[in-house]
Design a binder for this molecule. Structure first.
Ligand SMILES: Nc1ncnc2c1ncn2[C@@H]1O[C@H](COP(=O)(O)OP(=O)(O)OP(=O)(O)O)[C@@H](O)[C@H]1O
Ligand SMILES: [Mg+2]
Length: 317
């Protein structure tokens, strides 16, 4: 199956402030805020939704293709992704631009102040599925430049390419009509529970109406597990408890990567969700969204500690 992943590619700059923001935000001075926090650690990480999903797929033996825009500072990250099995041939460098960057500072109470610089991601609208050497069989549309997300959904509908819609963080930035069309035209919708409430409120579509218009709907509920909705009703898939939790960053993306591995190999949906669940658990156990590492054999044997797959996972290549 020729799957194309679209979504953000970014660098994350993570800082920690050894104090409390709340002690420095003076309510009577909010109209002239001028603050600088001296931070004592800075980590730079490769991130972005599309590459996070791709990373898990690559661990599971696929060679996923990502279509996105990046800046001139991307070359080292490209080499790293290629080395880890990701096809970066459809990742386009925008001359003179910087890769999208997320700067976030966390204080002692885990309060965060962040800023996302869109950079080269703002040029994602320039990309088109018609420019690819091979027509995709399936496209994943994940958070990206909001206009690009709208264009990609329209293009998929015009070209008759099925797509999975994962609007997540960009629900806030998509208008009611665009969000509605994105959902009504998709083959499947992925969302966490909080985002799903936002979708219902913003589009005015009920869960039943959405379920009726898609092949399936997946709502993840953090440690509450996942609900899979199809025409046959709802199936709940509980989480696989992690040995320890290092960092939740990217857990939703890892879930999607694990799910897609099963889906691309023709496994039934419930099995795919179980795979997503384990891929998410691995991600939770390591720092960062691409800090975890395993191979397909290790994945299969850990999966079988929790589920009797009747040999179905042997179909995975
Ligand atoms: N504490 C946990 N323990 C085990 N599994 C978890 C836990 N939290 C999340 N998961 C798994 O990850 C899946 C996705 O989690 P969640 O619903 O939090 O996604 P998300 O909010 O989109 O995450 P992200 O922060 O990456 O956007 C869940 O359905 C579950 O399978
Ligand atoms: Mg998410």
């Amino acid at each position: 199956m020729n799957l194309v992943l679209t979504g953000s590619i970014a660098f994350d700059y993570l800082m920690t402030f050894p104090g409390y923001f709340s002690e420095h935000l003076l309510p009577e001075q909010l109209d002239k805020v001028s603050l600088s926090f001296l931070v004592d650690s800075l980590t730079r990480r490769r991130g972005g939704i599309a590459v996070n999903i791709a990373y898990t797929l690559a661990l599971l033996g696929e060679r996923p293709k990502v279509m996105a825009t990046v800046g001139e500072d991307f070359e080292e990250a490209r080499a790293w992704l290629e080395e880890h099995g990701v096809d970066t041939s459809a990742i386009k460098v925008i001359p003179g631009k910087t890769t999208a960057s997320f700067f976030v500072t966390t204080d002692r109470s885990q309060a965060q102040i962040g800023t996302f610089f869109t950079g080269a991601m703002a040029y994602a609208t320039q990309l088109s599925f018609t420019h690819l050497a091979q027509r995709p069989d399936l496209v994943m549309i994940s958070p990206n430049d909001p206009q690009a997300m709208v264009i990609y959904t329209q293009e998929c509908r015009q070209l008759g390419i099925p797509y999975f819609y994962d609007p997540s963080q960009q629900i806030i930035r998509l208008n009611r009509e665009d969000l509605r069309q994105g959902i009504e035209g998709c083959q499947a919708l992925f969302s966490n529970d909080y985002e799903f409430s936002m979708i219902e409120e913003k589009t005015g579509l009920s869960l039943d109406a959405i379920r009726a218009s898609v092949d399936f709907l997946i709502v993840t509920r953090g440690e509450g597990g996942t609900d899979l909705y199809t025409d046959h009703g709802k199936v709940h898939i509980p989480v696989i408890k992690p040995h320890s939790i290092a960092d939740p960053t990217g857990v939703g993306d890892a879930f999607r990567g694990g799910f897609l591995k099963g889906y691309m190999n023709g496994l039934r949906l419930e099995r795919c969700v179980q795979m997503g669940t384990l891929a998410a658990t691995y991600c939770l156990e390591a720092d960062g969204s691409m800090g975890h590492s395993y191979n397909l054999e290790q994945f299969k044997s850990r999966f079988r500690e929790h589920h009797d797959d009747q040999g179905e996972l042997d179909q995975l290549k």
